[in-house]
Ligand binder design. Structure first.
Ligand SMILES: *Cc1c(COP(=O)(O)O)cnc(C)c1O
Length: 435
């Protein structure tokens, strides 16, 4: 797989280079020069395959020249070692649960695959790979648990002190080994700014081999296609051949992977981009004007993004055909009050507790179904995080129904280890340099 930059169609880099760089120097995003379709025969029989078989098929179609078959197979077995079940709630309503991985969020798919790809490419004796990551909550946990114990890597995570939930904090601070956590006395934006400054700092770049782990890395995008095909396989087993996916969206990596899957031959006739008040993309799809805004805080805080970093990729995928994009992706946005009402409705109707992000995706499927009453396809909304990560929005009744997964129970027994820093760069730099 060769990749170009969305800012330079003539650039050619290898997959390995794209993975370690994360972003081209011209500040575009890496995109595959060719997007191969999966064989028709495979898709026609997809219901016969497991998640890991489907994942291997996709990965080998894309990466066969980069990673030999046996190594890729082993990598997939290790990376995609948890399930992504489609749960039926009503006749045509399904939820795709993406929160059964180590950090209980869909980001585990991307982070786990990426960490293993990086480890694979790191040769023995090479300089330690230093991963720096700022998190508002979910990214840090997925990256920490993705890289935990991966040889030749070290992860430094910055999180805003007091601004992540308890489960999120425990996922960052109880790891030890090659994972360091820093509570920054500031906001997520302050954490992000510190990481950006570190990447731009000459002295740090001379001393360390720095890399970022954020959602623009191509190695996070690819594995997110796996669960779309796998969800389609599960629905086929239940007699559906047509699917609508509703995706709770922030940086638009998740839905971007869905659209990549579509380009690879996934038979889906509608995507729904569901957002909170951070509605840059819904406004664009309505008006054709792309205008970013500073982010506003909502209950679905993993989607509080005013300038979605992966949107360029989606525009690039459909550069020849904006009309197709506007038909294929419908967007809906919801307020915090609507989100709470959505959580309550899902509980009453289906006896199911959904996190705020998931509830927004549900509301979008409902809005779409009301507008398209003759659409008989399966409506699938993606559940991106386990409810125990966002306990503050639920009623007592709902809380009583939430079962703590094993991953969380064990965390509570471990001691928390983290450092505390201010939001000034000199302090952070000194910390990295070991001063
Ligand atoms: C990251 C995240 C999202 C947003 O996903 P994008 O790929 O950034 O659009 C939605 N829900 C949860 C729980 C998340 O952690």
């Amino acid at each position: 797989m060769k990749l170009y930059s969305t800012n330079n169609k003539d650039l050619r880099v290898s997959f390995q280079e794209a993975v370690f760089n994360s972003m081209p120097q011209d500040k575009g995003l890496y995109m595959p020069v060719e997007i191969p379709e999966l064989e028709k025969e495979f898709i026609a029989n997809i219901e016969k395959y497991s998640l890991r078989e489907i994942a291997y098929k996709i990965a080998s179609t894309l990466l066969k020249d980069e990673i030999p078959a046996a190594d890729l197979k082993a990598l997939i077995e290790d990376a995609a070692n948890f399930d992504a079940p489609v749960v039926k709630l009503a006749e045509q309503t399904f939820v795709l649960e993406l929160f059964h991985g180590p950090s209980l969020a869909f980001k585990d798919f991307g982070a786990r695959f990426m960490s293993r790809v990086m480890a694979y490419f790191l040769k023995d004796g090479e300089q330690l790979l230093d991963v720096l990551v700022a998190t508002s909550g979910d990214t840090g946990g997925a990256v920490a648990l993705g890289f935990l114990g991966v040889p030749n890597t070290r992860v430094t995570i910055l999180f805003p002190k007091g601004k992540v939930s308890e489960v999120q904090r425990l996922q960052l601070t109880t790891n030890g080994k090659n994972i360091r956590a820093i509570a920054v006395d500031g906001t997520f934006d302050d954490c992000q700014a510190l990481v950006k400054q570190a990447f731009a700092d000459e002295e740090l770049n001379l001393k360390f081999r720095l890399t970022s782990a954020n959602s623009i890395n191509i190695a996070r995008l690819i594995p997110q296609t796996f669960y779309y095909f796998n969800a389609y396989a599960q629905l086929k087993r239940q007699g559906f051949s047509d699917v609508v996916f509703s995706v709770p969206s922030g940086n638009f990596g998740n839905i971007g992977a869905g659209l990549l899957a579509y380009k690879m031959g996934l038979p889906v006739h509608q995507f729904i981009a569901a957002t909170n008040a951070n509605d840059t993309v819904p406004r664009f799809l309505e008006t054709g004007v792309y205008e970013t805004k500073p982010s506003v805080q909502t209950y679905a805080n993993a989607m509080d993004v005013g300038a979605p970093s992966n949107w360029v990729r989606i525009m690039d995928l459909f550069k020849e055909d904006r009309k197709v994009l506007q038909e294929l992706v419908k967007a809906y946005r919801f307020t915090d009050d609507e989100t709470l009402a959505g959580i309550a409705e899902i509980f009453e109707k289906f006896n199911y507790v959904a996190c705020p992000h998931t509830a927004i995706a549900y509301l979008a499927t409902k809005a779409y179904a009301e507008k398209n009453p003759n659409d008989e396809s399966a409506k699938v909304f993606l559940s991106t995080a386990h409810v125990c990560k966002f306990p503050e929005v639920f009623s007592k009744e709902m809380l009583a129904k939430i079962e703590l997964p094993e991953q969380v129970k064990s965390l509570k027994n471990n001691p928390e280890l983290y450092d505390e820093l201010g939001k000034d760069f000199e302090g952070f730099k000194g910390y990295l340099l070991g001063e």
